[in-house]
Structure formats: C-alpha cells, structure tokens
Design a protein around this ligand. Structure first.
Ligand code: GAP
Length: 515
C-alpha cells in the first residue's frame, strides 16, 4: 500500500471517495440501498479512464479482437443453457430467532477463522515467553495445542468441501450444528435447514406476470458474447483465433455484500471471449495470463500487489482457471478471472437453440465448435484496486500533512489544474486563456479560489497529476510552472511547450506503449 504510516483501511478510502465526489451510497437521501453505489463526478471520470485503457488494450491493440454492446435482457433460455438457472446458487441458512439470513459456507469459514485466531494467540504467547530465540515455524509444527487446532481446521474444511461439491445441504447444516455455530447477532443456535438460493435477479417481460414471462438481469456479460458469436464472426469476417470484448453491467443478488465496492449487487464487468481451435487452449491460456498481468503491471500500482491463484476446484465449464489477485486493504482477493471454458457454452447454446454455432476450418476442411478462453475483470474492483493503492496520507517536512491520491496519471480524473497565483494584475485573464487551450486536450480544472497551498491540496486529494501556475513572470516571458503531484517539484516551461509536456505524461498511450 502506498502509504506512509498506518495501513490504509477500506473505511478511509470509502470516506475519501464520498468526501471528494468519487463514490456515494446509492439513493443516500433514503438511507442508501445495500451494496449499490453511485459514481460521482471524479469517480465516473476515473471509471471511464479505466474502461478506455482496457478497451484500447483489447480492441485497438489486437487486430483480431472486436467489441460489442449487448442488451442486459436476454432470452430466458440463455440462462438455462449457461447453467445459471440450475447452478448459480449460494447455500443459505436462516436463524429462526433473529430472522437473519447467512451464507452457510461463510458461517463455517468464520468458525475456521476463530480457530485460526486461537493459533495466533498461542503463537503470540509463546513469542513473548521465548523472546528473540522464538522460532515460529518450529513452534507451529510441534506445539500440541496448535497441532490440535490445525487438525480441527483440516477436518472442517474437508467436510465442507465434500458437502459443497455434491450439494449435500443436510451435511452443511450438520456441520453448523456440530460446530455449535451461533448467530453472530443474537447468539441463538436455532437454525433452519440450508437451502440453495439462486443469485440471479428476475423480473417480468411486458404484462405477463407468470413463469412464462420471467426474464433475468444478466449475472455476467459473457453470455451476450456467446449468443452473438456467429453474428460477429460473419459480419466482421473473422477467422479463428479471434476475440469479442464487452464492457457492461451485471447483476447478482449477493447475500453477503460488504467491503464497499468489492462485492456489489449491480456492478460492471469487462470481459473478453477468445475463440480458438480445440487443442490450442493450453497455449492461449498461458498467453492471456501473461497479457493480462502485463496490463495490470503497466499501471505501476506495485508488482508485489499481484499474484496468481490457480483454481483447484474447477467450475463445470472449465478445464483450467485462475484468478489474478490484488492486495486490497483486506488482503489478497480476486480481481480478475482467466478461464479456459472449452466448448461448454457454445455447445450448450447449440443444443438449446437448435442453431449451429461452429467454425468452418479451411485447412482442416471441417466444421467444429470453437473452444473459448475468457478474461473477466470487475470494473468496480479495478477501481478499488487503483484507489486503495493510490490513497496516501503523508507527513511533509514542514510538519504539515496531506492526503494525496497517487493515481497513475493516465487514469486521473483531472489531468491538469490551471491556477492563477492571484486573481488580479491580469494573471486571471492569462490563466483563463491557457485553460481555454488545455481543455481541448485534457480534462482540466480552473481554480482561482483560496491560497495557492490550499488549492494544491485540493488537487492532491483528487489525484490531479499536474498543477500549472500562472504568475507575474508568465506575463513577462510566457512561461508557467508545472507542479508534479507526488514529488511536489516545480519546473518552468514555455506555454507553447505545455501541451506537449503534459501529453507525454498523461496520455493513455503511455500505458499502451508498455503492452
Ligand atoms: N464470466 C465469468 C465470470 O463472471 P466471475 O469470477 O464470477 O466470472 C468475474 O466474475 C469478475 O467479476 C470477478 O473477478 C470480479 O472482479 C467481478 N465480480 C464478480 N462478482 C462481483 C460483485 N458482486 N461485485 C463486484 N465485482 C464482481
């Protein structure tokens, strides 16, 4: 975390986002709506810049990838074919006394975390007792109490894993009973049975209010790509391998929706399905893993903040899958998924629609259903990754403090602030002239209110990488100072040079060139 001093918490970030117009709780005047957020003036600019970086990296840099923008509503059979109607579930349990609802697996994971807490306590106690000679690895490998706790954890994990794998809801309930898990709110152990709860939101089409008119809000954008595979392949005259990219909203009725914009009920995905010849999937899987991590690292958020996590338990459609995890304030968590989806989706849509979704391979002189390599990243999660690694509270040499968003300049919502040192002597008019010029190229902000130091702080807080100050010397020699956000260093440049200097630093090209 780019932070001097205390660890950045999610709370600091969400408060900063609200105070400076990045993100507000949705419909806040009515006390908000759980796990839904609105992006404010700076938030929507930053979000658009992330989208632009992704879109250009995918669609513009790869001549064999094209973009689409499919509807959110889709024919309901889509979700039968994709497996979401039958299998997109969370196991839920209700407490009969508190009437609160929980995810059964999360209750069990919390119980595991409690046992892990006991191990930590033993380690701390022993470390105090033994002082400098304490060897933690040896202690946890040999101490009886720690070994007993570790054994308990292994046993719980293995019971939970096998219950989830076969969908044995009674076994999950029994585990909750055996572990004597109590409702965190009421302390009651009066639980209902565990039930499967589908995460898709449904609504009715037109005036039909029965099952026949039931449609869903898409839980992933990917299916909009699969059902358009043939349309796009034909109209874009694409041959394998080729990709279809899309950015759009997805909706999931998440039960445990907390941690700010990490898990939302309405969110945005940036997905790309890459259609390939069967048998080439392992090569393309490695290719896209490499490409995607490069895209992330070019942002300069810290290489140590990323890691791959391979899925051991593969989803029914995948023959290989991994996550790119990011070091969020609450630890390493999934930011993006890379999935080798075989021909699962296209074959399922062929079966349910009765339409052929194949590719005629001239070299092989035969048709087949392509395999698919998917990259899928949550835009809001990416926003949180950028925000949390950029948010910095700094103590300056003169003893003062500043909060600065050290955003990658190409993603910053405002690229340049134009500041007349004083609002008189013609400095304001000169600054307005410069503003007129720079706003044609960059999102620029003019600010003439308050002392210059206060104006710099305001720009630091929204992550503006450059402040241009117009002073008396400007009137004499047509030069301005450019103050760089992170170093706070100032440099004098001539006005004709200004646009070029800024462009070299803030243009999204600076990122794309690294890919
Ligand atoms: N088409 C594949 C797919 O949807 P996923 O792992 O379920 O895969 C992909 O989701 C990405 O979407 C995740 O890595 C995450 O960044 C984002 N995502 C998923 N659920 C989310 C939620 N409730 N809120 C915010 N982002 C979410």
């Amino acid at each position: 975390m780019a932070n001097s001093g205390d660890t950045t918490t999610l709370k600091n970030i969400s408060s900063h986002c609200k105070e400076y117009g990045f993100i507000y709780p949705s419909s806040e005047i009515y006390d908000g709506l759980g796990a839904t957020y609105d992006y404010g003036p700076y938030g929507s600019e930053l979000k658009n810049n992330i989208k632009e970086y992704w879109w250009k990296a995918m669609v513009r840099l790869n001549e064999n990838i094209v973009g689409i923008d499919a509807a959110i509503f889709m024919h309901p059979t889509t979700w039968k074919a994709s497996g979401h109607v039958d299998a997109f579930n969370d196991p839920l349990i209700d407490n009969k006394d508190s009437k609160k609802r929980y995810r059964a697996d999360v209750l069990i994971e919390d119980a595991i975390a409690k046992i892990e807490g006991k191990i930590d306590k033993e380690v701390k106690k022993a470390s105090k007792r033994f002082g400098d000679s304490f060897d933690e690895a040896q202690f946890t490998a040999t101490n009886d109490r720690v070994l007993k706790y570790k054994g308990q954890i292994e046993d719980i994990e293995s019971r939970m894993k096998s219950a989830l794998e076969v969908g044995d809801l009674a076994a999950l309930k029994q585990l909750i009973v055996d572990l004597e898990i109590a409702d965190p709110v009421s302390g009651s152990r009066n639980w209902t049975d565990v039930r499967q709860f589908n995460l898709m939101f449904s609504t009715e089409l037109g005036s039909v209010a029965d099952e026949s008119g039931k449609i869903y809000l898409r839980p992933e954008t990917a299916q909009g790509i699969f059902v358009n595979y043939l349309n796009v392949q034909k109209t874009s005259r694409m041959r394998l391998p080729f990709g279809i990219a899309q950015i759009g909203k997805a909706f999931r009725n998440e039960i445990i929706a907390r941690q700010f914009i990490f898990r939302m009920r309405e969110f945005e995905q940036m997905e790309m399905q890459f259609f390939i010849k069967p048998g080439t999937d392992a090569t393309w899987y490695e290719h896209w893993k490499e490409q995607r991590i490069k895209w992330h690292k070019a942002l300069g958020l810290g290489e140590e903040n990323y890691r791959f996590h391979d899925h051991l338990n593969l989803a029914h459609y995948a023959n290989a899958a991994c996550d790119i995890e990011f070091n969020f304030p609450m630890g390493f968590k999934e930011l993006e998924g890379i999935h080798s989806r075989t021909d699962f989706d296209l074959s399922a849509h062929e079966k349910h629609s009765g339409k052929k979704l194949q590719f005629f391979d001239n070299e092989e002189n035969k048709s087949y259903v392509p395999y698919v390599l998917e990259t899928s990243i949550g835009l809001d999660r990416m926003f949180l990754a950028v925000m949390s690694s950029s948010y910095t509270e700094e103590k300056l040499e003169d003893g003062s403090e500043r909060t600065v968003l050290k955003l990658p300049p190409a993603l910053a919502p405002v690229k340049v602030a134009v500041l007349p040192l004083m609002n008189k002597d013609g400095l304001d008019e000169k600054a307005e002239e410069i503003m007129k010029e720079v706003k044609l190229d960059f999102n620029a902000q003019y600010d003439a209110k308050d002392a210059i130091g206060k104006r710099y702080r305001r720009q630091d807080a929204i992550g503006t990488p450059y402040c241009v100050t117009v002073d008396h010397q400007t009137l004499e020699d047509d030069t301005v100072t450019i103050r760089e956000r992170d170093s706070m260093e100032q440099q004098r440049v001539s006005i004709p040079e200004l646009i070029k200097t800024l462009d070299e630093k803030v243009n999204i090209k600076t990122l794309l060139k690294q890919l």
